[in-house]
Write a protein that binds this ligand. Structure first.
Ligand SMILES: [Zn+2]
Length: 308
């Protein structure tokens, strides 16, 4: 009886440990399966090659003779293509046109022959039918390349969630640097990189007033868990393991339609942001300062100068 009493707690303990292990492994598997946002490409983990360098603005011909039919097709579909580039139905590809042009290595507008010619070169380089016409079936290739350049995605694609940095690695942005004066922290090196980026944008006249101020920076795992406590995480727009926990991701203020939140994933909001000079400048120049975009959210940028 005495032995029984002694053995039972130990068996119970072992049973509980086994249950915790099984649940833990199960949770990891479920997390990997259900975290299916755009930041989740297929199995490949290797970082994708950078996009081709852009030609000098003065040398690129956008109205070349060829590719007029493809340009006309792109012009028609720019605001009418019915597709689901990130698993959610959308109309038109204007929101992604700046990034698609950047990936294709062109500064030409999306309805030009020069854009179609550059897009055809990108298609050929990726073994796709080089017809110069933007289409849903091509987009997964482009989307995955953009995702797999992000060190954060290289980790989450393996089912890993980066640990948060130590408090001592974080630095506070000045109130004048944040939208509405909200207290925002970033990893110190990322904040320094952000300041360089904004200084360059200001020098080029695309950042003024609130534009490019920080809307969001570091979010602790506890804050992440709280955001998820009401459900709705591991969807397209919200994750249990968000890049913001690294202290390297930041949401930047871009002009947005009245009545919208500066980080609203409403299609009209994202489309309006993609039209802003600041966003177009970021698409072309942010990489020079070590920043990579998250195509679904024009405001979200990740600094890549340190591992997540
Ligand atoms: Zn963000």
């Amino acid at each position: 009886m005495v032995r029984d009493v002694k053995r039972k707690p130990s068996e119970l303990l072992r049973f509980l440990i086994a249950v915790v292990l099984v649940l833990g492994i199960g949770a990891i598997v479920v997390l990997r399966v259900t975290t299916h946002g755009p930041a989740r490409p297929a199995a490949a983990i290797a970082p994708a090659a950078p996009p081709p360098p852009l030609p000098a603005p003065s040398t690129e011909a956008c109205g070349t003779d060829g590719w007029r039919d493809a340009a006309a097709a792109n012009d028609r579909s720019l605001n009418s293509l019915v597709w689901s580039p990130f698993g959610r139905a959308e109309t038109g590809w204007a929101t992604y046109a700046p990034l698609i042009g950047r990936e294709a290595g062109t500064r030409c507008g999306p309805a030009t022959a020069g854009f179609a010619a550059a897009y055809a070169r990108w298609q050929a380089a990726h073994k796709l039918d080089p017809d110069g016409i933007v289409k849903e079936s091509d987009f997964a290739t482009m989307r995955n390349a953009m995702a797999l350049r992000r060190p954060f995605v290289q980790q989450t694609a393996q089912g890993l969630c980066p640990a948060a940095p130590a408090d001592t690695a974080l630095a506070a942005a000045a109130p004048a640097e944040s939208y509405g004066g909200k207290p925002i922290q970033l990893r110190e090196s990322a904040l320094t990189a952000y300041r360089r980026l904004v200084a360059a944008a200001r020098a080029e006249g695309v950042a003024h007033g609130e534009v490019l101020k920080l809307v969001s920076g570091y979010r602790s795992p506890a804050e992440e868990a709280q955001r998820c406590s009401g459900g709705g995480c591991n969807t397209l727009t919200r994750a249990h393991c968000s890049a913001h926990r690294t202290g390297l991701a930041m949401d930047l203020y871009l002009d947005h339609p009245a009545g919208q939140d500066p980080t609203s994933t409403d299609d009209a909001n994202r489309a309006a942001m993609a039209r802003t000079p600041a966003y177009r400048w970021l698409v072309v120049h942010a990489g020079d300062y070590g920043f990579l975009p998250y195509p679904f959210e024009p405001w979200h940028w990740e600094w890549t100068g340190e591992p997540p």
